[in-house]
Design a binder for this molecule. Sequence first.
Ligand SMILES: Cc1cc2nc3c(=O)[nH]c(=O)nc-3n(C[C@H](O)[C@H](O)[C@H](O)COP(=O)(O)OP(=O)(O)OC[C@H]3O[C@@H](n4cnc5c(N)ncnc54)[C@H](O)[C@@H]3O)c2cc1C
Length: 469
Amino acid sequence: MRYDLAIIGSGAAGFAAAIAGRGSGHSVAMIEQGTVGGTCVNTGCVPSKALLAAAEARHVALEQRFPGVTTSAAPVDADALHAATADLVQGMRADKYVDLATDYGWPILSGSARFVDGPALEVSLTAGGRERVEAEHYLVATGSTPWPPPIAGLAEAGYLTSTTALELEELPASMIVLGGGAIGLELGQLFARLGVAATIVEALPRLAPAEEPEVSAVLDEVLGDEGIVTSPGTGVTAVRGDSSGITVTGTRDGQPIELHAEQLLVATGRRPATAGLNLDAVGVTVGPGGEIEVDPKLRTAHPRIWAAGDVTGGHQFVYVAAAHGAIAAGNALNDADCTVDYRSLPRVTFTTPGIASVGLTEAQAIEHGYACDCRVLPLAHVPRAIVARDTRGLIKLVADAGTGRLLGAHVAADAAGEVIATAVYALANQMTVQQMAELWCPYLTMAEGLKLAAQAFTRDLSRLSCCAA
Ligand SMILES: Cc1cc2nc3c(=O)[nH]c(=O)nc-3n(C[C@H](O)[C@H](O)[C@H](O)COP(=O)(O)OP(=O)(O)OC[C@H]3O[C@@H](n4cnc5c(N)ncnc54)[C@H](O)[C@@H]3O)c2cc1C
């Protein structure tokens, strides 16, 4: 049988494309070499956030019962944690992936796909043997894999990735986390809250380098309060392992630095997964980072081959992968002529407090030529934070000085992701900070901080009464 669309990969991008394809009455086949559902549900978003929630509950309970006692004082039942997480993952994989393929009616072939002349796919089936799959259009949705930087001795010493770290059956006493971006920060805090002595090392001068400097400073302080050692501005040059663990050497502020821990977790980014796809054979080109080169409609250099999600080398979020998949399928099968609009794309790091942002940072606004006006609202002004007795954090708004139009919002706070979802609506609708300051906002929500930050453009917040009046 010749399909309308053959999809390599069963992650968010692949599933969104298949659902869109089936929804418009097209025949679809999917090939998956690993576990159906891909990264997010199996080894990414879902297990990491499930474990973060468990670690936070433990942290809060310990703090309340034994103020000032470090979290390493109480043992962790790693088996129970894993069993509960595996159960959750299995349920979501069935509900949100496996069963949907049956409902919508497309086959998932278990095996590894590569392009051959035609173009067609040759699938090395997991059960043995090969199968040729032919389609009018092909979608490469093969995701990304952890990328270890070229550091002397790293491969020989052995290290954890985000995938293997989340599967650890025994927790180490100590861990160095290489990488102070979203995954490194989340996992560093996760393991620290499970009682591991964690050190987070970042090559750039501050943690969360993509965020506003004020946000990085909050995070540095909070992690420090929890006993996590942070080492920004540290260039790691060598790693060596012995029976006592791992030693990392490098320089910080021009001075030699040496760190030692039982385990090393490398969280220095992920690279597109294209190895073995035989893309050359069908004229699909890749960029310097191994990403499949696509046009704004997600078409590759071959007119019948499309790509979506992490493999395109863009924003590595599951909601981007899903949006890509649906758009690529619409363009391929229905000539939908759609492109992806990233202007109000939010990002969240699920630390506690969380950090989240949308739109331009102050530096980016200036680079884009805006005369910008910014306000930084410490959470000490936000009633939700005051009653929760944790005012560490802030909300920063970046606005166009001429028009007052919101250009960016940046949050370091509890429920940062929820707050930023509100800012997405304001940004996408081109609201001004004056409009944001006047809209209704429920009292005692963290999102009220957005309204207060907007009011800070024209008013002295210390002279406001309750409910920002
Ligand atoms: C620890 C962690 C936490 C994360 N947390 C979040 C979060 O909170 N929020 C968020 O938005 N994003 C998060 N992400 C990112 C998110 O998981 C990814 O952006 C998203 O899953 C990418 O989806 P995808 O469809 O592009 O690829 P994937 O989901 O990776 O799917 C690709 C699939 O293709 C298969 N495949 C590869 N090559 C072949 C081949 N040759 N033949 C057959 N099959 C093949 C793979 O086995 C895989 O199943 C996280 C990632 C990690 C690692």
